[in-house]
Design a binder for this molecule. Structure first.
Ligand SMILES: Cc1ncc(COP(=O)(O)O)c(C=O)c1O
Length: 376
């Protein structure tokens, strides 16, 4: 077919599962010259490669893979360094899905886990075993927004010969680039701020070292963790406005956190932008003056009080995800952190009164008015 000279400004969606070859020489070229052609979309596709390159650019890595979800990204990251018989350290303040992956599934493959309390992340002596391979933590923890000193954590990990794997979903590289502080891998639920519009499920892992990129690519392809063309394309589109969105999320969140801090119905507010936040100074430096759009607030420990808030709010629908341009709220005890043990939840303070807010980019006065009437 004669094609006119078409030069789209935006990468088209290569909605194909497979690519054609002229003959055996052509397929041999695919294997001999990596990156010269495409074979099969699970192995690689122009759209998922574009997303991986864009996230890698943001995080300043040696390369990246796009995955089918944030959970797939966590799994790929852990499999990069671990095999049966190995041991993993995980920050006690962690997304419930990460804990579920470690507790319920990787344990069956012979990979064991110990949880490290927040205060002990910079002194791992008591936790490291001969088989320990890595520490998994979040730049800003879900749901209590504790901020990890990544430089100190990376130094401590490397002192013990283990890797640092950072889930940067809450912070985004607009605030913090963990590889620059010494992390070995950084991962995202792209579902959240990177895609940004609550219409995509995706993930990504970025590696500091080229050999880890090669491992990640193999793991992505063989376990079938890679991302579809359409989801990749939507994520790339979202990522183009991330810098602007995260600045707007942060501005709104600061004003809302200050409002909630003064509100008599709110017992505590967890937001790193507040002066009273225990890691405010660290968050200011590590986040380059931005604190992101996520926070949690503690209402009375009474399901009726939480239900009243959820039923009355018009602008914060109870939708157990986060980071969309439209605000929402979630409930860690009932949703994201269900899989933690009772002891883990009690230790962290994840109780019925804890409500997580994802602050959107709507006009802030509308959000403030809605919160005021919902908390009345
Ligand atoms: C911090 C964090 N990491 C990872 C994930 C998992 O991402 P996904 O839902 O895209 O699999 C989530 C999901 O809420 C999360 O909050």
């Amino acid at each position: 077919m004669l094609m006119p000279n078409i030069q789209p400004k935006i990468t088209p969606i290569y909605q194909t599962s497979v690519f054609k070859f002229e003959d055996l020489d052509a397929v041999q070229q695919y294997f001999d010259e990596p990156g010269s052609r495409y074979l099969y979309s699970r192995n690689g596709n122009p759209n998922s490669d574009e997303l991986a390159a864009a996230v890698n650019h943001w995080e300043g890595g040696a390369g990246a893979v796009a995955t089918g979800s944030g959970m797939a990204a966590i799994f790929a990251a852990l499999m990069t360094y671990c095999q049966a018989g190995d041991h993993v350290l995980c920050a006690a303040d962690i997304y419930g899905g990460s804990a579920a992956l470690l507790n319920l599934e990787l344990s069956r493959l012979g990979i064991t886990v110990s949880y490290v309390p927040f205060e002990e992340l910079y002194d791992l002596q008591a936790h490291v075993q001969a088989t320990t391979r890595l520490l998994l933590c979040e730049t800003m923890s879900n749901p209590l927004l504790r901020v990890v000193d990544l430089r100190a954590a990376a130094d401590e990990c490397h002192r013990h010969g283990i890797k640092l794997v950072v889930d940067n979903t809450f912070a985004t590289p607009v605030l913090t680039k963990p590889l620059a502080f010494g992390a070995d891998l950084v991962l995202h639920s792209v579902t959240k701020y990177l895609a940004g519009h609550s219409d995509v499920t995706a993930g990504a892992v970025v590696a500091a070292m080229p050999e880890d990129v090669a491992r990640l690519k193999q793991i992505g392809t063989i376990f079938g963790l890679t991302l579809s063309p359409m989801e990749s394309w939507l994520s790339v589109r979202g990522l183009k406005t991330m810098r602007l969105r995260v600045a707007a999320h942060s501005q709104n969140a600061q004003l809302i956190a200050e409002f909630l801090e003064r509100h008599p119905a709110v017992e505590a507010v967890y937001y790193p932008g507040l002066l009273a936040h225990p890691q405010h100074a660290l968050a200011t430096v590590q986040g380059r003056g931005l604190f992101g759009g996520m926070m949690s607030m503690r209402l009375a420990d009474d399901a009726a009080a939480v239900n009243r808030f959820m039923q009355r709010s018009q602008r914060f629908p109870f939708a157990p995800s986060l980071a969309g341009v439209d605000s929402s709220c979630s409930h860690p005890l009932y949703t994201s952190h269900r899989a933690l043990t009772d002891a883990q939840r009690a230790e962290l303070g994840i109780t019925v009164g804890l409500v997580r807010l994802s602050i959107g980019i709507e006009p802030v006065e509308e959000l403030l008015a809605d919160l005021a009437q919902a908390l009345e």
